[in-house]
Design a binder for this molecule. Structure first.
Ligand SMILES: Cc1ncc(COP(=O)(O)O)c(C=O)c1O
Length: 401
């Protein structure tokens, strides 16, 4: 069978993720991981999850609910809890404004499925979260840039704009309050819906908290039913990714459409996982988020200090106030893909080349670092090796001129 001739055209744009391919290599060798942004497993609340699971199965009625199909919208008590959580972060929501998804990745994918026909335009930040780009690719859109400077005009004619307001993957940067306010006003003025990715909103470890674009939009409109913004959230970075519990919040009419997509895609998210997630969130979310923030802050500091010490002149980087990522801009003629390849093969250090985070016109002299899995010692050693290699590449480039 010639499988290659049979795949749908949409698969033509789908390529293996550099990060996933690298993770396969990582499994085989002792690598200093400064690349992938996985949460640190030492934070996983295994005991709480075990206790929550035991409590569910100790009660026959709850055990039955846990093992059955959940409603496509999600397990009602979890939706209620998330509506309360969204309300607590300044975006009053009812249960009809919430649908549970298999991680927020599924919510992002469903937004693409809801709005994008082949050839439609989607506006994304450049660089943008790779998982969103890969999801949108399958709907065969055209990409344009969604600039977030307050004064920059937004692209007209896009079906929606996808943005990360807090500690973006890959840059680690966050939008200022003025940028968020301006984004809402400018998008409303041209009728551009926004999809806000709230993946890292609970991981601010420094600086002044700023309400999400969604919360600001709800406050401006006075009612969640009137907003032009959808918001995706997740428990992956605060509880555990394997539960695959995320959500999308927005006007109830849009949520009802998304529920139809959920029904067609996988019927429902696991009831058991939703019940466990709810039990752990209710008792421990704040404590778990505190522990994550403390760990990631220490690791960020170690990585920033190592960058200060070891990077040659001409290299710059972001200074995130939360989340898991630092974005490094290399001298213009250094290709981040070449650097990341050589670092992995010659120095056993994994960083992610920045080009993959651009759907078009990649900026090649960039790499993404993550401190999520790097102990302070590993960050120091890994960044030192990166600095040494970069200096050598720069010297070779000068010698060649
Ligand atoms: C920006 C961003 N959004 C969404 C996700 C998806 O996370 P999940 O599907 O586990 O909620 C990730 C995962 O790394 C991410 O970095």
């Amino acid at each position: 069978m010639d499988w290659n001739s049979l795949y749908a055209t949409r698969m033509g744009k789908v390529v293996a993720s550099d990060i996933r391919e690298r993770m396969k290599l990582l499994a085989a060798r002792q690598i200093i991981q400064l690349g992938g942004g996985l949460p640190d497993p030492s934070l996983f609340p295994a005991a709480e999850i075990a206790a929550a699971t035991a409590a569910i199965f100790a009660d026959p009625a709850r055990a039955t609910t846990a093992l059955h199909y959940a409603p496509s919208e999600g397990h009602m008590p979890l939706r209620e809890w998330i509506a309360g959580y969204m309300t607590s972060i300044g975006a009053p929501c009812g249960v009809d404004n919430i649908m549970i998804t298999n991680g927020s990745q599924q919510a992002i994918d469903f937004c693409g499925r809801l709005f994008l026909s082949p050839g439609d335009t989607v506006a994304v930040e450049m660089p943008s979260f790779i998982g969103a780009l890969r999801a949108f690719d399958t709907y065969e859109p055209r990409y344009v840039a969604l600039p977030n400077e307050a004064e920059a005009p937004l692209p007209v004619g896009a079906k929606f704009g996808y943005l990360g307001s807090d500690f973006r993957n890959p840059t680690g940067t966050a939008m200022t309050l003025a940028e968020r306010e301006a984004m809402i006003d400018k998008a409303a003025a041209i009728g551009l819906p926004l999809v806000e990715d709230g993946c890292y909103e609970k991981l601010r470890f420094e600086g002044q908290a700023v309400p999400s674009v969604f919360a600001l939009a709800v406050q401006k409109a006075g009612d969640v039913e009137k907003v032009g913004v959808l918001h995706t959230g997740t428990l992956s970075k605060t509880i555990a990714p394997s539960l695959r519990v995320g959500w999308v919040a927005g006007p109830s009419a849009v949520i009802r459409k998304l529920v139809l997509i959920k029904q067609a895609a996988d019927l429902a998210t696991s009831a058991l996982n939703q019940m466990i997630a709810l039990a752990v969130a209710q008792t421990s979310l704040d404590r778990l988020a505190d522990a994550g923030r403390a760990l990631y802050l220490r690791r960020r500091d170690a990585m920033l200090e190592a960058l200060e010490t070891h990077m040659p002149p001409g290299v710059t980087w972001t200074r995130p106030e939360g989340g898991l990522y630092i974005w490094v801009t290399l001298p213009a003629h250094i290709d981040g893909a070449v650097l990341s390849e050589r670092l992995l093969m010659e120095e056993a250090v994994s960083v992610i080349s920045g080009a993959a985070f651009y759907p078009v016109d990649p900026v090649r002299n960039t790499v993404r670092l993550s401190y999520s899995l790097a102990t302070e010692e590993a960050a120091r050693e890994g960044v030192k090796r990166m600095g040494t290699m970069l200096s050598a590449m720069l010297e070779t480039a000068v010698a060649a001129e």
